[in-house]
Design a protein around this ligand. Structure first.
Ligand code: 16G
Length: 265
């Protein structure tokens, strides 16, 4: 039985290593994707195998030594590739145990990414259910937060955000109609819709608060009333200082880690 399990584990590791080696070789050979720096090529190959679920969340990556042997790279290069992905939150390292694909969704606070991008990068399937997708007049509170004149038109999106069938967050976004004139332009991703209009946010201010989820939010997120949640408010800006979104979100605390890198000066 133990021998069987050993071969099973070796089979998984071997399959994963083969997928990674094949992807790495593809990146080396393809002129379109040719990236001269080996550690960046490896980083990209690891991202792709995680995205394609050749390595599942929680599963260990082959050791640094095995990777450097299988790919003909120095251990310094492998280490550098992995360090970047740990910083991005895609991989986690446990002292003495190795490197794993992150199980919780680790979201670096320093990068202005969208829900859709974060999930796709982990091989998950982002999906939304809309409660509201309409156009209306700005409220006094929104006008203050977004620097809009009273009476300005805004698009409102109220969504539950899922990974496959699992609800992860509830989001209420307000976007000036001068930036996004029609709410139907948002299909799966708000940021993709803004990108298509050359209005993707470049900078954001975010406020994060621990909350215990009330009955209504808890029901939508399929957790018990009173469970831990994160209430997040994001105001995003264009280069010229205009506010493009004012989003209030409630994220499940049992799944998400928000991580910030700090410097002394
Ligand atoms: C994230 C943002 C939210 C943004 C959304 C766009 C946080 C806390 N919030 O959920 O402000 O509106 O992404 O995602 O990260 P989308 O492009 O998939 O609609």
């Amino acid at each position: 039985m133990a021998a069987c399990r050993k071969w099973f584990v070796i089979g998984i590791v071997f399959g994963m290593e083969t997928a990674l080696a094949a992807e790495y070789r593809r990146l080396c050979e393809s002129p379109q994707t040719r990236q001269p720096l080996a550690y960046l090529r490896l980083r990209r190959a690891i991202r792709t195998v995680v995205e394609h679920r050749d390595i599942e969340p929680g599963q260990a990556l082959p050791s640094e030594r095995d990777l450097s042997q299988a790919l003909g790279l120095s251990r310094v290069t492998v280490r550098k590739a992995i360090a970047g992905l740990v910083e991005e939150g895609l991989l986690t390292q446990r002292h003495g145990a190795g490197t794993f694909v992150a199980e919780r969704i680790v979201k670096p606070m320093s990068r202005l990414t969208s829900f859709t991008e974060d999930l796709r990068a982990r091989g998950l399937n982002p999906r939304s259910e809309f409660f509201e997708r309409g156009i209306g007049e700005v409220t006094p509170e929104e006008a203050m937060a977004m620097n809009l004149s009273p009476g300005a038109a805004v698009v409102r999106l109220h969504r539950v955000r899922y990974a496959g069938d699992e609800p992860l967050a509830i989001e209420r976004s307000v976007v000036p109609a001068s930036v996004l004139p029609d709410p139907m332009l948002v299909r799966d991703s708000l940021y993709e819709a803004l990108e298509r209009r050359n209005c993707r946010p470049r900078r954001a201010l975010q406020r994060l608060r621990a909350v215990s989820l009330g009955a209504q939010h808890a029901r939508l997120l399929h957790v018990a009333t009173g469970s831990a949640g994160l209430s997040i408010e994001r105001r995003s800006f264009l280069d010229d200082g205009r506010v493009v979104e004012f989003t209030s979100s409630w994220y499940r605390g049992d799944i998400y880690d928000f991580v910030a890198e700090l410097h002394t000066d």
